[in-house]
Design a protein around this ligand. Structure first.
Ligand code: NAP
Length: 292
């Protein structure tokens, strides 16, 4: 399949590489030309802008940062929409607000372009291994068209519902993972400040009801104090903001997510925004009188 890929950061680069390995014909575009090079070296071709990319593709995928970025590459000057490619399927795999995804879908559909919101979970590790969870919102026809591309990048691929439903699933995912990373950091900091080896505590907890992938993977990296991103804290702040904005739109009470969102605000304010989200441990240590 002829696929165009936009945005080759921590996630986009390995996802695009997996499309190439899966035998797809890949063209790429990035804002900064240097971000494109690893894919050109691997055999992809480069395009001058998103419109040029879309003109030659059956499927276009974006993996950028937030809603304004998706709007820019899809609907902005020289964006995918300006290619005039009726019948194209465009997929955004970034994490953005569900209401923004629905609005982008409607504007693209007016130009004959079908749009899927297809955010992912599984992190850089899952992107490299091609084992991401992919949560999809949009038409069944577009979902079917995208199947062979999704299969190269993910393992658990779920058509959740209509436009925006993929982003709703992802926001729900971020409630669980945001709260999860905070509670694991709290538990390990609690153990350490009680004078008990947090590594032994984690080991004990892994066998009981406190087990989670976050305790296993993120907990291990917290013990190693490996704060290299991964998933940058400012991205998790963005995601908790998506959760809280959506809750505001719906008039929903999300007390635990709200407290977690405040902690991610404080991480960015404390200069930890570019570190992995597990650096929330450092923030807790500082708030508890430790060095962090
Ligand atoms: P990243 O490393 O910062 O990469 C984002 C890429 O998007 C950058 O390479 C940047 O391109 C490009 N970009 C941003 N704004 C753009 C714009 N306006 N126009 C064109 N390109 C733009 O971030 P990431 O970790 O890969 O995350 C990407 C998305 O996946 C985010 O929505 C994030 O929430 C989501 N996500 C991340 C993870 C994770 O573990 N990292 C897991 C699940 C979901 P340049 O390099 O050219 O500047």
């Amino acid at each position: 399949m002829r696929i165009g890929f936009i945005g080759l950061g921590i996630m986009g680069r390995p996802m695009a590489l997996n499309l190439l390995r899966g035998g797809h014909q890949l063209a790429v575009w990035t804002r900064r030309p240097e971000s494109m090079q690893p894919l050109l070296d691997a055999g992809a071709s480069g395009a001058a802008n998103p419109a040029a990319l879309a003109a030659e593709a059956e499927l276009v995928i974006s993996m950028v940062a937030d809603a304004p970025d998706v709007e820019q590459v899809m609907l902005g000057e020289n964006g995918v929409a300006s290619s005039g490619r009726s019948g194209l399927v465009a997929i955004d795999m970034s994490t953005i607000r569900p209401s923004a995804a629905r609005a982008i879908a409607a504007r693209l559909l007016a130009g004959g372009i079908d749009f899927l919101d297809a955010p992912v979970s599984g992190g850089e590790v899952g992107a490299v291994a091609g084992t991401l969870s992919i949560m999809v919102g949009g038409s069944v026809a577009a979902f079917d068209t995208a199947q062979s591309a999704f299969a190269c990048m993910g393992r658990n691929i779920v058509h959740v519902g209509d436009s925006g439903a993929g982003q709703v699933a992802k926001a729900a995912n971020q409630i669980v993972t945001g709260v999860g990373v905070l509670t694991v950091a709290e538990a390990l900091n609690f153990a350490a400040r009680s004078g008990v080896d947090p590594a032994r505590v984690r080991e004990a907890l892994l066998g009981g009801f406190a087990y989670s992938r976050i305790l296993e993977n993120h907990g291990q990296r917290m013990l190693e104090r490996n704060f290299k991103p991964g998933f940058k804290s400012w991205m998790h702040q963005k995601d908790m903001n998506i959760v809280m904005q959506s809750a505001h739109e719906l008039g929903l009470c999300l007390p635990v997510a709200a407290a977690t969102a405040q902690m991610f605000n404080a991480m960015v304010g404390s200069g930890l925004g570019e570190e992995d989200s597990i650096a929330i441990l450092k923030l807790l240590e500082r708030l508890s009188g430790g060095e962090g």
